[in-house]
Design a protein around this ligand. Structure first.
Ligand code: AHR
Length: 497
């Protein structure tokens, strides 16, 4: 197989907003308790945070982390998680049927986020609560002092405001599984009134309105249209959520799910622009893809978990090699829409559908999906370039005309680097990529990183990193083009500078 691509520094899609490399920590399973926080662990720091986990998160260079949910936030009383630990209540957590101890809350999470060099994207409860709880939490977090809630923060040991800039107006409010599920009309009205009050408290914040929970929702995409009718001027972003799984063990289709994601993003952009036209607005609504990943491996195991335990092993997908390939493709899909997708969160970060796993009282390790996420986060900063591709295509059970080559390049002018990300979707053949890099004539190849494995189902464990990248790829420069053999079903990162 052979595919051609042209990249040129003048064909810019947009500067990449680094917040598209965000992630998500929910009070769910062992994400917080046993993941982020384990005070009895030998590697716990003075605050009880696991240092091995902090180091792994730092390797991913995650700019922003959504918190505290997720479905959990729709029943969460944020006041339970602040103040003296001994006085914090234990609650039934209805979304995931566990007991929430509230040992970790807003202030501790802000502390942890600082340790991993991240900002917090705070979600508010628009399920069981509303405007009042939202404005109070915002006052508690961001107001400098001299009021009830800001002085309470000081009393809790946090003299300086947290200055949290990004806030989500609820979570998946279109879903009947959500506590306080609403119709689009009900949600739109509540969201706009909450947004109004929050921006009165702190006009510097940015707000994300809830889009659909996924594209299979019966209300998709009318939900977005109705919601935006209300929130178009008050909100700054609309959220997108989507998870995929290889449920039919059909890898040819599975690796093409990023085309579905692409279609989803285009649909939401069109919906936003329709409302923009209808409202004669000058504002362009941007997208926050604040939950995305593979999620299906753990579905059956989760049915066996007894309700009302503390931090059970929920949503612990063990990812294999082909999952990493799709994750790389999903990241490239967001880069292709860098002009509109300004934030995104891999859901989630530790233990729960996560790139990082831990054993209670034991070690921590990198799942397969860690690697493409790390590569794109490290090397995908700069300007996304329009990929002009001609590739042979295939048909699968679920898709037609799937290009074997999926690729995009990012130019980093400050570092004077160009990075080509490339997936070969072929399950049988290697593919030669010939990429014309005409405007980068003085650049040389730095390295060609490859994630490959004969076994699509190979997984990583604490003991063995069966799926890990090497940089022995054979990309060369020939007459102004990068010529790179991409082995069958492989993820490639070709760095020039
Ligand atoms: O990330 C797991 C769950 O997926 C989140 O709690 C919810 O928002 C989504 O349905």
């Amino acid at each position: 197989l052979k595919a051609k691509m042209v990249v040129d520094k003048d064909f810019a899609i947009s500067e990449v907003d680094s917040r598209i490399y965000g992630s998500f920590i929910e009070h769910l399973g062992r994400a917080v308790y046993g993941g982020v926080y384990e005070p009895d662990h030998p590697l716990a720091d003075e605050n009880g945070f696991r240092k091995d986990v902090i180091e792994l998160v730092k390797e991913l260079n995650v700019p922003i982390i959504r918190y505290p949910g997720g479905n959990m936030v729709s029943g969460y009383n944020w006041e339970d998680g602040v103040g003296p630990r001994a006085e914090r209540p234990r609650r039934l957590e209805l979304a995931w049927k566990t007991i929430e101890t509230n040992e970790i809350g807003t202030n501790e999470f802000v502390d942890w986020a600082k340790k991993v060099n991240s900002e917090v994207m705070m979600a508010i409860n628009l399920g069981t609560r509303g405007i009042d709880a939202a404005r109070n939490l915002l006052e508690y977090c961001n107001h400098p002092g001299g009021t009830y809630w800001s002085d309470l923060r000081k009393q809790h040991g946090y003299k300086e405001p947290h200055k949290i800039k990004t806030w989500c107006l609820g979570n998946e409010m279109d879903g009947p599984w959500q506590i306080g599920h609403k119709t689009a009309e009900e949600y739109g009205r509540l969201a706009v009134e909450t947004a109004k009050a929050m921006k009165w408290v702190d006009p510097t914040i940015e707000l994300v309105a809830c889009g659909s929970s996924n594209t299979s929702m019966p209300t998709f995409p009318q939900w977005e249209a109705t919601t935006l009718e209300h929130t178009y001027e008050a909100a700054d972003y609309i959220s997108l959520h989507q998870y995929y799984g290889n449920r039919n063990d059909d890898t040819a289709s599975y690796l093409a799910y990023s085309l579905d994601m692409d279609h989803f993003i285009k649909t939401i952009i069109s919906t936003c622009d329709y409302i923009k036209a209808k409202k004669r607005s000058k504002k362009t609504m941007n997208l926050s893809f604040d939950e995305w990943n593979v999620w299906f491996h753990s579905n059956e195991a989760d049915k066996q978990i007894e309700p009302w335990s503390i931090a059970p092993p929920q949503l612990e997908d063990i990812y294999n090699f082909e999952d990493a390939l799709l994750v790389g493709s999903m990241l490239m899909t967001m880069l292709k829409h860098a002009d509109r997708v300004k934030m995104a969160c891999m859901a989630q970060l530790v233990n729960v559908i996560a790139p990082i796993m831990t054993n209670n009282n034991g070690g921590a390790w990198k799942q397969t999906i860690f690697y493409p996420y790390q590569h794109v986060s490290l090397y995908g900063r700069g300007i996304a370039l329009q990929p002009v591709i001609s590739s042979p295509k295939y048909d699968s059970k679920e898709f037609t005309d799937v290009p074997y080559l999926d690729s995009i390049a990012v130019h980093n002018p400050e570092k004077e680097e160009l990075t080509i990300f490339a997936l070969n979707r072929s399950l049988e053949d290697s593919l030669t990529l010939e990429c014309d890099v005409r405007s980068f004539s003085d650049y040389q190849i730095i390295e060609h990183i490859v994630l490959e494995n004969e076994n699509l189902k190979a997984v990583n464990t604490l003991e063995s990193q069966a799926v890990a990248p090497h940089n022995k790829g054979k990309a060369v420069l020939e007459a102004g083009s990068v010529v790179a053999p991409l082995s069958k079903h492989s993820w490639n990162v070709i760095r020039l500078g």
